[in-house]
Design a protein around this ligand. Structure first.
Ligand code: AMP
Length: 536
């Protein structure tokens, strides 16, 4: 067989020519601005030429500080396509973390959304290697002036550049094409470098029928941020199969999201459970018909069964649960039920079946490998062609050993390859020597009609070592007592696992990518900021 390197350049050429009539549509808040993939290809070529003229060469890093939109997609194509490395900066990190990652990655150029000029201005003069900032849009950029970087209007640069570029394919497919830093809540973020090979294989596998199952006729709404784990591979997979893309830009609240969906009628979407949780009451209230949205890939944190059922039974939308990490590109497993089995829900609610080429193993507390029997619980480790082998320019021997990535996730795997996560290893609650799954408790609590959100953490207990504390957000206009909730749980959870400490809170604190931030809850408890009710 021919030894053809798998490159993003080839993916770009394919998508923008052979799928040239497919489109990317960006929501402006009032309507869509739309470009065909052919136009996108020409604009990406202009961007690549502009970046070259600013000195970008070899594997230099070009950062984006952007919402999900057409211009961000242009960077997705142009930067790896020209052989450079795309670094998607997370706009929601704390300023000192943004500084850390931009300096650690040695970014040379930042492409910044006009609406984020103010945010970038807070950190730009701490960026040690950034020479140029390209501002998308004609927003006032005076706040960025005098901060050490040369400023350019993105459109002006594109206008002045040639619209043909020979995508770079004559490279080692293992070279870095993009990088993303983990949104980890402890220590400095860690960089993961995705290679041309890993991204090509991940896009192919992600598009397959047992994963996201994308088709040229699909219209894919990418809500998961493009700065989070390359938007779960949706943009590249869509370009590969010719599915059209719908981008929400900064309009991520339930009302504008719904308005945008009703206008664009996407057939497929991807977002964390929090987004769907926020949208559900609005859909119920408006009795909006979004059944055009046939499937949604949902992951990043555990998706409660009650949420999946509500979408499917009340709105005709199928939520497909998936598991992954920044370090796994991110798709690792997708919960589509096997053929010829009884109750599909028993598989749908798992974190899914491992994708071909992603190998899992479970490791016990003593380091021994555990059987994949659906019962043994241990830490999940994975390996495969789109799993990180190390962090970029960082040492973390804890995380990688003998060719495996230690995920920090705890759970069980069936002989058929379905993963069920019970916890993050740092969130595990150990009570009297037995593990209590915070995820099981949260899912059971969020099935209560009066509960909008629930997060469970372990708190120190003299007798048992640790006991669960449930923090509950009650839906607007509802009223529910601890006794009601304990009674509700009693049918679903063994009695000894029921939380004996409860707090009613306004909102569960979230990380920069919308996951429950349990570290903050534990801290609030330790600092006695939570009003705790004891029961049981
Ligand atoms: P990140 O790298 O920020 O995407 O975080 C990855 C982590 O998110 C994983 O290690 C899991 O702990 C968590 N995660 C991702 N998908 C799921 C899921 N479907 N269910 C539960 N946790 C998940």
């Amino acid at each position: 067989m021919q030894d053809t390197p798998l490159t993003i350049g080839r993916l770009v050429a394919h998508g923008t020519t052979f799928h040239g009539t497919s489109t990317v549509s960006t929501w402006t808040g009032e309507g869509f601005r739309t470009a065909t993939y052919a136009e996108l290809g020409r604009r990406a070529a202009r961007l690549a030429n502009a970046l070259r003229s600013l000195g970008i060469d070899g594997d230099q890093r070009v950062a984006t500080f952007m919402w999900n939109n057409q211009e961000h997609l242009e960077a997705y194509l142009a930067v790896p396509g020209m052989g450079a490395v795309l670094h998607t900066l997370n706009i929601r990190l704390f300023p000192e973390q943004v500084t850390y990652v931009a300096n650690h990655a040695e970014d040379r150029i930042v492409i910044c959304d006009g609406s984020l000029v103010g945010l970038l201005a807070r950190v730009l003069d701490t960026f040690e290697t950034v020479e140029h900032v390209l501002v998308v849009g004609d927003d006032d950029w005076s706040e960025l002036e005098g901060k050490g970087a040369q400023l350019h209007r993105y459109e002006a640069l594109l206008d002045a550049a040639d619209d043909a570029f020979e995508w770079v394919n004559d490279i080692d497919e293992n070279d870095a094409a993009a990088m993303c830093y983990t949104s980890g809540t402890t220590g400095n973020p860690k960089g993961v470098a995705y290679s041309h090979r890993s991204m090509t294989l991940h896009s192919m596998a992600g598009a397959m029928g047992d994963a996201m199952g994308l088709k040229p006729t699909d219209s894919v709404l990418t809500i998961v941020p493009q700065f989070h784990a390359m938007a779960w591979g949706l943009p590249y997979a869509a370009m590969m199969v010719g599915a059209s893309l719908v981008m929400p830009d900064r309009h991520l609240q339930p009302e504008p999201l719904l308005e945008m969906m009703l206008e664009a009628r996407p057939t497929f979407a991807g977002a964390v459970p929090t987004i769907w949780q926020g949208l559900l009451p609005l859909l119920d209230e408006r009795e909006a018909d979004i059944s055009f949205l046939s499937e949604v890939i949902v992951g990043g944190s555990a998706c409660p069964e009650s949420l999946m059922r509500a979408f499917e039974e009340r709105h005709g939308v199928r939520l497909i649960h998936a598991w992954g990490m920044t370090e796994t590109s991110p798709l690792g497993s997708v919960a589509r039920p096997p053929v010829g089995t009884g109750d599909p829900w028993s598989f749908r609610i798992t974190q899914g079946r491992f994708m071909a080429a992603v190998e899992p193993r479970l490791v016990g507390e003593d380091g021994s490998e555990l059987p994949l029997d659906g019962e043994s619980v241990g830490e999940l480790e994975v390996r495969g062609p789109w799993i990180a082998a190390a962090y970029y320019a960082d040492d973390d021997p804890e995380k990688f050993h003998d060719g495996w990535l230690r995920t920090g996730d705890v759970g069980r795997i069936t002989a058929g390859g379905y993963l069920t996560l019970t916890d993050r290893s740092k969130d595990v609650i150990k009570s009297g020597g037995e593990w209590i799954s915070s995820v099981d408790l949260e899912n059971a609590l969020m099935a209560h009609p009066a509960v909008a959100e629930a997060a469970v953490v372990g708190i120190p207990d003299e007798k048992w070592g640790e006991r669960p504390l449930a923090s509950v957000v009650v839906r607007d206009g509802e009223d529910v007592s601890v006794e009601d909730l304990r009674d509700f749980l009693a049918d679903r959870i063994p009695k000894w696992q029921l939380p004996d400490s409860w707090a009613f809170i306004d909102e569960v604190p979230k990380t920069s990518v919308g996951k429950f931030d349990k570290k903050v809850l534990r801290q609030r408890y330790a600092e006695e900021e939570l009003e705790v009710v004891r029961a049981g």
